[in-house]
Design a binder for this molecule. Structure first.
Ligand code: SF4
Ligand code: SF4
Length: 164
C-alpha cells in the first residue's frame, strides 16, 4: 500500500478511465468561447460559454454525447493531450502533461469539489451562455475585452470548445 496519489505514481497513459476523468477539476474554462488573433495566434478566453454548460453545477449537460452535439468539443485523451496547446494554464491535464503538479484547490487535493470555485478558478456564475449572445455580437465582446490592451483586433475571431 502507498499513500502516494495516483497522479504522482502514474503517467497519464497509465491511468484508469476513472482516474483520468477525476483529473477534471470542473472549472469549465475549456468550455468558454476563445478568440484567436490570426496574426499572433494568441488565444484570449471570453466569458461566453458553450450553450451546454450548466452554470449551477459547472457540468456539461450532454457529457456523453458532447462530441456529436458540439463538433468542436474535444474529448481529451492521453493520445491527444500533447497536441492541445489551447488548454488553460490551470487545467489538470495540461499541468500533469507538462510535468507540473495539481494546485491546492484541485478537488483531488482539497477533497472539496467547491474549492476550484472558491479559489476563483472556475467560471461558475461568472459567464454568459452563447444562447444569450448573438454570434454577431461576439466581436463586440472581444473588442471590449481587449480595448485596454490592444489597438488592433483580430479580423476573424474563431471559437473552440473542449473538455475531458
Ligand atoms: S478539462 Fe481542464 S479546463 Fe476543462 S473543465 Fe476539466 S480541468 Fe477545467
Ligand atoms: S464545450 Fe463540450 S464539454 Fe463544455 S459544455 Fe459544451 S459540449 Fe459540454
Amino acid at each position: 500500500m502507498t499513500d502516494t496519489p495516483f497522479w504522482h505514481r502514474k503517467s497519464l497513459d497509465e491511468m484508469t478511465r476513472a482516474e483520468w476523468e477525476s483529473l477534471c477539476d470542473g472549472c469549465g474554462l475549456c468550455c468558454l468561447i476563445k478568440f484567436e488573433d490570426i496574426d499572433t495566434g494568441e488565444l484570449i478566453y471570453s466569458n461566453i460559454v458553450c450553450r451546454h454548460f450548466d452554470d449551477q453545477t459547472s457540468l456539461c449537460q450532454c457529457y456523453a454525447t458532447r462530441s456529436q452535439k458540439v463538433p468542436d468539443c474535444w474529448t481529451l485523451t492521453p493520445e491527444n493531450i500533447h497536441e492541445l496547446t489551447w488548454l488553460p494554464e490551470t487545467c489538470a491535464y495540461r499541468l500533469l502533461r507538462d510535468g507540473e503538479d495539481l494546485a491546492w484547490w484541485h478537488p483531488l487535493v482539497s477533497g472539496d469539489p467547491n474549492s476550484v470555485h472558491e479559489a476563483g478558478i472556475g467560471i461558475r456564475h461568472n459567464c454568459v451562455s452563447e444562447e444569450h449572445v448573438h454570434v454577431d455580437d461576439w466581436q463586440t465582446f472581444f473588442d471590449e475585452m481587449t480595448a485596454e490592451e490592444e489597438e488592433d483586433t483580430p479580423d476573424q475571431p474563431d471559437a473552440s470548445h473542449g473538455r475531458a
